[in-house]
Design a binder for this molecule. Sequence first.
Ligand SMILES: NC(=O)C1=CN([C@@H]2O[C@H](COP(=O)(O)OP(=O)(O)OC[C@H]3O[C@@H](n4cnc5c(N)ncnc54)[C@H](O)[C@@H]3O)[C@@H](O)[C@H]2O)C=CC1
Ligand SMILES: O=C(O)[C@@H]1CCC=N1
Length: 266
Amino acid sequence: MKIAIIGCGNMGMAFANSFIQYNLVKKEDLLLIEKNKERGDILQEQKAGVVVDTISEKISSVNLVILSVKPQDYPSVSDELKQYLRPGQLVLSIMAGIPIKKIQESLSYPLIIRAMPNTPALLGMGMTAFASAPEVGLSDIRLAENLINSTGRAVFLEEESLLDAVTGLSGSGPAYFFYLIKNMIDAGIAMGFDPSMSALLVKQTMLGSYHLMQTSDKSLDELIQAVASKGGTTEAALKTFGEKEVGQGLQKGIFAARDRAVELAK
Ligand SMILES: NC(=O)C1=CN([C@@H]2O[C@H](COP(=O)(O)OP(=O)(O)OC[C@H]3O[C@@H](n4cnc5c(N)ncnc54)[C@H](O)[C@@H]3O)[C@@H](O)[C@H]2O)C=CC1
Ligand SMILES: O=C(O)[C@@H]1CCC=N1
């Protein structure tokens, strides 16, 4: 198995490192194409794979090409890449927004899989949904699924259009989680704790609550009710969240992320 990764930033390298960790590819068979010199030098020092700074005929000998540049950088990548693709190679895009059809047209190439991962893939705890072009065979879909599974969980979507909603929900989701935690820590600081004490109180609360949610047979509403005593403190917080429309605001944010993914396709 030979793999090329075009764009070796956060996500490209999260994928690369997981493949190496699970022996799905050897470092000498992992072509890392990174245009930024500083980033390329770091990867070179880490001996992360075969590091190069341009797309070249080396691409023609790999089984799988992963597209992990920003969507805005993709037009220049497709212009260079299309001349080197050979029949039978599989192209896996993790770029937000850009639809399979558009990738097929820009590369004049049919075998495209589109996936939306998230940053916990860095730890092998990612959540990725993926969809494939109708031309891609079952064995290539399985191949992609096995590779993605090394970065966390994978789900196959029959309907590609749902990938934009996935982007708004789980793709961007880690940022929402960190945003919530940051605001809770800031509230703790505002109430007089030093930052490290506030961070400890909040992070352990989130960790414990996550595990409680995963092991309990109660619904989320029941779990909330179990904390919110009648006339008590939690109720005061929940009332304020309701008045400030925090829940609706969160949902609107998620829809905005989904809508931005749709826009990136244009
Ligand atoms: N960061 C995230 O949480 C997620 C990102 N994505 C998608 O993954 C893609 C990459 O995102 P990140 O890794 O966060 O970005 P990043 O900025 O960390 O990495 C992109 C890399 O591509 C390189 N690059 C740009 N043009 C290039 C070219 N022509 N040839 C070779 N390398 C080139 C850049 O120098 C950079 O190192 C994006 O399309 C994004 O939509 C998907 C899911 C989650
Ligand atoms: O913010 C972005 O555009 C990318 C896609 C999902 C997470 N990060």
